[in-house]
Design a protein around this ligand. Structure first.
Ligand SMILES: O=C(O)CCC(=O)C(=O)O
Ligand SMILES: [Fe+2]
Length: 293
């Protein structure tokens, strides 16, 4: 994209969802994506009215953040279950005896950190998770932010010609090259195979009805129905387009912050800029549905 342009804004955010909240306070990070929710204790028994407002805030903002949440693993799992059945990760380590509680940790001896490239979680599943709830318990002194990007904005700001080219197209999302050997240094044995699925390139969000670009650099390997060289070139363009900072927010963690993102319409990317410091927490992941174009 050129720095100089006179065609008006590259992305026009046309949403209109400023109705008040009664139970929670919602403070947006940007007009496009991200909001901090306050006035709620996720460890406590939350009334259905509050849950409805959290669901609405997630639908409107794609990712929501909470501060100062002293949740136990059991309370974290219970909060996740209010949104649906929980997902068990096909490869990543979990807390002993709690397969639905994924461990997120990087320290001085780590050879990698989770989520260091743009992706949506486990999009190689036939039914990829709808959302992920990350509770960071220990933070480095600085750094370790997570970036989130709206795939509604990414879709909406494509040209009409590109939208009609992609309409109805499907793509392969593969877990094999992502997960094989990934956790071997943590003593996790490889599975005989990892998930692989075909999904529409643009999907309709089941709650909001909005269209979202649904390819990501982590898992999407191939556009179907076009030659390999064309697929590589178009995917490279879409991955670069999806990284436009216009579609993003960036969250600065503190100990006991929680982020809850919707994998159906947002991508994310974690920064490992804090080595050799420790950053660690737990993730609970909520099952989703088969993507529909
Ligand atoms: O550590 C983070 O901030 C996010 C890592 C990640 O990609 C994930 O938990 O899905
Ligand atoms: Fe992730």
């Amino acid at each position: 994209m050129s720095l100089r342009g006179d065609g008006g804004p590259r992305y026009r955010n046309l949403r209109n969802d400023d109705a008040p909240y009664e139970r929670i306070v919602v403070d947006r990070l940007t007009p496009v994506i991200g909001a901090e929710i306050s006035g709620v204790d996720l460890a406590g028994p939350l009334p259905e009215e509050t849950m409805e407002e959290i669901r609405r805030a997630l639908a409107e903002n794609l990712v929501v953040f909470f501060r100062d949440q002293r949740m136990s693993p059991a309370q974290h799992l219970a909060f996740g279950r209010r949104f649906g059945e929980l997902h068990v990760h096909p490869a990543a380590p979990h807390v002993a005896g709690m397969p639905e509680l994924m461990v997120i940790r990087a320290d001085a001896s780590s050879t990698r950190a989770n989520g260091e490239g743009w992706h949506t979680d486990v999009s190689c599943d036939e039914e990829p998770p709808m959302g992920s709830i990350l509770h960071i318990r220990e933070c480095p002194p600085h750094g370790g932010d997570t970036l989130f990007a709206s795939m509604y904005a990414a879709w909406e700001s494509l040209s009409d010609r590109m939208k009609s080219y992609l309409a109805g197209m499907r793509a392969v999302h593969d877990g094999e090259h992502v997960y094989r050997g990934l956790y071997s240094n943590l003593g996790v044995a490889d599975k005989p195979s990892y998930p692989r699925a075909e999904h529409p390139v643009v999907r309709v969000h089941p709650v909001t009805g909005r269209k979202a670009l649904y390819v990501n650099a982590g898992f999407t390997t191939r556009l179907l129905g076009v030659p390999r060289d064309e697929s590589d070139a178009v995917l490279a363009y879409l991955f670069r387009h999806a990284e436009n900072p216009l579609f993003q927010c960036r969250f600065r963690w503190r100990a006991d912050s929680v982020a809850f993102w919707d994998n159906r319409c947002a991508q994310h990317r974690a920064m490992w800029d804090y080595w050799p410091h420790v950053r660690q927490g737990h993730r609970v992941t909520v099952k989703g549905e088969r993507p529909v174009g």
